[in-house]
Design a protein. Structure first.
Ligand code: ZN
Length: 280
């Protein structure tokens, strides 16, 4: 077997939810659109496999069986082929839960953490700000912020590693985005993207051949981001901060303007879905 010597990243999708397209694109949206739950499998030669987010799993249906959590399912009905959950996708590749060395969570919305219970012992890297909110918010308020506590494994807190504590180096780049180097990696770093959810993270992957800013839910679509079309203001109800959301988008634009070859990817964008099963 050929030993891989470079960090590589592959994207996959586990299920999707649907919503009115007008929410995403108030100018041109029609009918309903899909929000695919994309996650990434990272292979770092000196570490092994790392997951970035975990997509939907059947745990979402279990966690939203009763009220008030059922409201979440009504608001965003989920479609999932069991074959494509993160666990089954990895299994088909001969990768088992114990092979995953870390799970990085961009934020705690259900479509990013629903696969977590399949990895009950894996260290979880997230932002302390994001987790502080999860700890301190309950009931309907939590649901309205996209947080379902039942998706979190028992005793998951003992597995938590906060990026603010473990970063090798952190600094604010020239575009105003805070970057975190971690785990001794050079070509992969996390980036803070506040607004959509408290303490939300994305990643920057910059190798000799690829430059990607995976900006998670900083926007839902590359097209609307490019045209400066903001989502319908009703989303303010579950966003953490509208001002930070707009500010983060502006910083990503500056980053893109200055880095000609960068690919800006968003978790739920149809363009990102087209890159699933493709290794960078
Ligand atoms: Zn989200």
């Amino acid at each position: 077997m050929v030993q891989k010597t470079e960090l590589s990243i592959s994207l996959f999708a586990s299920g999707y939810c649907q919503a009115h397209e007008r929410i995403v694109d108030p100018l041109n949206g029609k009918g309903r659109c899909k929000f695919h739950a994309v996650w990434a499998l990272i292979f770092a030669p000196k570490i092994g496999y790392i997951l970035f987010d975990t997509g939907y799993s059947n745990e979402f249906n279990k966690a939203t069986k009763t009220f008030p959590e059922r409201f979440y399912r009504w608001a965003t009905p989920v479609y999932l082929n069991e074959q494509y959950t993160v666990k089954n996708t990895l299994h088909a590749k001969g990768i088992f839960p114990d092979d995953i060395k870390y799970i990085i969570l961009s934020h705690f919305h259900a479509d990013h953490i629903a696969g977590l219970k399949d990895f009950p012992n894996t260290p979880i890297i997230c932002s302390k700000k994001a987790h502080d909110e999860v700890k301190n918010i309950h009931g309907i308020k939590a649901i309205s912020k996209g947080i379902l506590h039942n998706l979190l494994p028992v005793n998951y807190e003992r597995n938590l590693l906060f990026i603010e504590d473990i970063a090798d180096k952190r600094f604010v780049n020239q575009y105003g985005l805070e970057e975190f180097y971690l785990l001794g990696l050079n070509e992969f770093k996390l980036v803070s993207l506040p607004g959509h959810a408290r303490g939300m993270l994305g990643f920057i992957y910059h190798s000799s051949t690829e430059h990607i800013l995976f900006a998670t839910d900083a926007s839902w679509r590359y097209d609307t981001y490019k045209q400066n079309v903001l989502p319908k203001k009703v989303v303010k109800l579950f966003f953490d901060s509208w001002d930070d959301f707009v500010d983060t988008l502006q910083k990503i634009r500056c980053y893109e303007l200055d880095n000609e070859n960068v690919k800006i990817l968003f978790t739920h964008c149809p363009k990102t879905l087209m890159l699933t099963h493709h290794a960078f």
